[in-house]
Design a protein around this ligand. Structure first.
Ligand code: ADP
Ligand code: MG
Length: 724
């Protein structure tokens, strides 16, 4: 098809589509976790002693008794077969943002040629996928292929139903033959263990006797775009890179704020219900849904869970969102910036730490000034963000998230902490050496007798902060929508572990000098806030003044692009942090830098190639055709005595010439590969290639607004964002 024929057909397809029928959802009680091998199901099917042993491992982190594995495997298999599964898969999380799985049949062929279904403890506990095709950052050469998956008993097994049948999925870690972590789950589990150890040390110094294991919790809010598949399929950029690399802004974008929290379009609501039903079956507590700021943008947030389980669930949410969209003729875009000029998508990672004996350690209660436990944990976070802010920036660094951060829609690339006025004030008192009280939150009286009077929260919200305290947790808002939450959680747990160890050392030192506990606590808190208070900021994080003040007066880093941020992973103090806490060895950390740097370079190269090909094969031919038509029309009119202004001819041809010249430069830049260091290559991508892409886009987008719509080959912003 030529010209706009594909676009017209797409619009017709969408207009005439038969809607996916809404089904009345089953009651939550029958849906909930029906596809999960839950503790309750284990209790039903396992001998008492075996169940007790597994439960202990799950709940307290006690070592797994491998002798029970055979029994658990048999029960798991029976349950899976009863759900129609013929295959099982060890599911793991390689160093991309994806989920990987290797399927094996339960089938076992006997010597007489008959088959039985078999699943032993050994197969449950350990698997051996070929590890060589996953990024390993130099940990393994391609010919050294062995990689192992190992059962993570703390995250429940579940059944995934697809049109191709049911599969029993078992969450696992993924390590190399030499024992190095090749995945995102291993460091997450280790970071949690390090944090637990340090937190227990502090809690015990504070006088607690009964201390249950401390775990981190995570609730991640996921933003996404939905675009009709008819449009996506005719946009090579969306199809291959997940974002539009070209495209003029429509007359109407998000300026009326009429999409945010608006009524959810019917087609989308049917999709959301379908998604939620699947999530409930998988035991994923989807809790909120709403329209987001940009047209075509939405959000889903589950209730928070233990960080490890929440991370596995988050990966499943992304998979379910994408797969279900296909069923509804839509494409779910998890890219951080699919469309220029309107908001991109993030993933707010809500994080707290706590246990069953002391509760949420980041809950200030009504009188934070007298809650020393909270103040210590909160101060430890402040110290962590100040010391390791560049690390937090590095773990969310990607080619796609670069477009969002600091773009007046998402927090800046400068890592600061927002506490809210009440907690701010308590730390100010600490800094002055004397704690006197907590500011009162007060009540909200609207002066309308029919409306209730209610208690206000003690602190307001601040949308512009990348790391905000929101009442009983911190919310890391700079995380990208397509990213795994594992990296952010690993770095938060690790920085907290480091700070809590410092706190414990400090308390011990003060106590050894003869101070009483209260004096030791106050001195420790004061030292933290005096040394690290520069990272606390309650003002407008989008403003130019903050960008200047943060860097010049407060000494905070502003690592604008991933090319600036990723090398932080190579810094000595980061290597020491991960190494001393046993979260990542220097070799493992180095591999992460290599992999993420490579992914950044590859992502930008793919985008640049797409720009070149879309211009050469789509835009150039359309523009030339229009010029030819226009000039022949103008000259034949002239022959008939009618003279029209030929200015458009000049504008379009000049734009086209400029565009062609930039595309030549861009092609040459893509071909360049001789860089002294990987850092040089990163900067080249960030500065040279990206700049050329932006320049090309400016001319291409202006051509889109100049030439005949009849010839324009790619679906427009107006179509993609507003037609559903
Ligand atoms: P908002 O948009 O106001 O930030 P949402 O309700 O969309 O709020 O999401 C808040 C997320 O934070 C949810 O996933 C929620 O379960 C989670 N959350 C609440 N309390 C905690 C906590 N103590 N620790 C971790 N996550 C939490
Ligand atoms: Mg939020």
């Amino acid at each position: 098809m030529t010209g706009n024929a594909t676009r017209i057909q797409a619009i017709q397809n969408i207009t005439n589509r038969t809607p996916v029928a809404t089904t009345f959802p089953e009651p939550l009680s029958s849906l909930w976790a029906s596809d999960v091998f839950t503790l309750a199901k284990m209790k039903e099917s396992l001998p008492k002693e075996v169940f007790k042993s597994v439960k202990k491992t799950i709940e307290t982190g006690a070592e797994l008794d491998v002798s029970v594995a055979d029994v658990v495997a048999a029960a798991m298999k029976d349950w899976a077969l009863s759900k129609g599964a013929l295959y099982y898969a060890h599911v793991f999380y390689p160093l991309t943002n994806a989920t990987a799985e290797k399927h094996d049949g339960f089938i076992s062929v006997q010597s007489d040629g008959s088959v039985i279904s078999e699943f032993s403890g050994k197969l449950l506990v350990q698997g051996e996928p070929d590890g060589s095709s996953f990024p390993n950052g130099g940990i393994r050469s391609t010919f050294e292929a062995r990689g192992y998956t190992a059962w993570d008993v703390t995250s429940p097994a579940y059944i995934v139903n697809t049109d191709n049948g049911a599969t029993l999925c078992i969450p696992t870690v993924f390590v190399s033959w030499t024992g190095e972590a090749l995945d995102k789950k291993t460091p997450l589990l280790r970071s949690n263990a390090a944090m637990n150890k340090a937190a227990t040390r502090v809690l015990s110094l504070l006088g607690n006797k009964d201390i249950a294991p401390v775990n981190s919790s995570c609730g991640a809010e996921q933003e996404y775009f939905l675009v009709d598949a008819n449009f996506v399929n005719s946009r090579p950029d969306l199809l291959l890179s997940g974002r539009t690399l070209l495209g003029a802004s429509p007359a109407k974008g998000q300026q009326f704020d009429d999409h945010y929290f608006g009524a959810i379009p019917e087609r989308v609501q049917v999709y959301m219900q379908d998604v939620e039903e699947q999530l409930y079956r998988l035991g994923i507590p989807a809790k909120t849904r709403h329209n987001e700021v940009a047209p075509g943008q939405f959000e889903i947030a589950p209730f928070h869970e233990a960080a490890n389980v929440a991370t596995d669930h988050q990966q499943m949410i992304m998979t379910v969102l994408k797969n279900t969209a296909k069923k509804h003729g839509l494409v779910c875009l998890l890219h951080e910036k699919p469309f220029k000029g309107i908001n991109g998508s993030g993933k707010h990672v809500n994080w707290s730490v706590g246990n069953s004996t002391q509760g949420n350690l980041l809950d200030p209660g009504n009188t934070p000034h007298s809650n020393t436990q909270f103040l210590i944990f909160c101060a430890a976070v402040i110290r962590g963000v100040h010391k390791y802010g560049p690390l937090l920036r590095a773990v969310i660094a990607s080619a796609s998230n670069d477009h969002r951060l600091g773009a007046n829609e998402a927090p800046p690339a400068i890592m600061s902490v927002y506490l809210g006025s009440q907690i701010d004030n308590v730390f100010e008192q600490i800094s002055n050496g004397k704690i006197t009280g907590s500011l009162n939150a007060g009540v909200m009286d609207l002066g309308i007798s029919t409306l209730p009077i209610f208690n206000k929260d003690a602190g307001d919200r601040n949308r512009t902060s990348p790391f905000a305290f929101t009442g009983n947790r911190f919310e890391f808002r700079a995380v990208g929508s397509g990213q795994s939450v594992a990296g952010p959680l690993v770095s938060m747990n690790t920085m907290l572990a480091d700070s809590l160890n410092w706190v414990a050392d400090s308390l011990e030192a003060h106590l050894a000098k003869g101070s009483d506990l209260d004096t030791a606590i106050l001195a420790t808190l004061k030292e933290i806030i005096d040394t690290h208070g520069a990272v606390v900021f309650g003002g407008n994080g989008y403003s130019a003044e903050w960008h200047k003040m943060a860097v010049e007066e407060r000494g905070l880093a502003n690592l604008k692009t991933a090319a600036d941020a990723l090398p932080v992973l190579k810094e000595k103090y980061i290597e020491e942090l991960f190494d001393k806490l046993g979260v990542l060895s220097p070799v493992e950390l180095a591999s992460r830098f290599e992999i993420y740097a490579e992914q950044y370079i590859l992502a930008i190269e793919v985008e640049a190639k797409l720009v070149v090909s879309m211009v050469k094969t789509g835009i150039y031919p359309a523009a030339v055709k229009y010029l030819a038509e226009l000039s022949s029309t103008l000259s034949s009119l002239k022959d008939n005595g009618i003279t029209l202004d030929a200015g458009r001819l000049t504008t379009i041809s000049e734009n086209l010439n400029s565009l062609t010249a930039i595309i030549e430069k861009l092609s040459a830049a893509i071909a360049q590969h001789d860089f002294a260091t990987i850092e040089d290559h990163l900067q080249f991508c960030a500065k040279t290639i990206r700049t050329l892409m932006d320049e090309a886009r400016a001319f291409a987008d202006s051509l889109e607004t100049e030439i005949s719509d009849e010839l324009w080959p790619f679906p427009t912003y107006q179509e993609m964002l507003f037609i559903k």
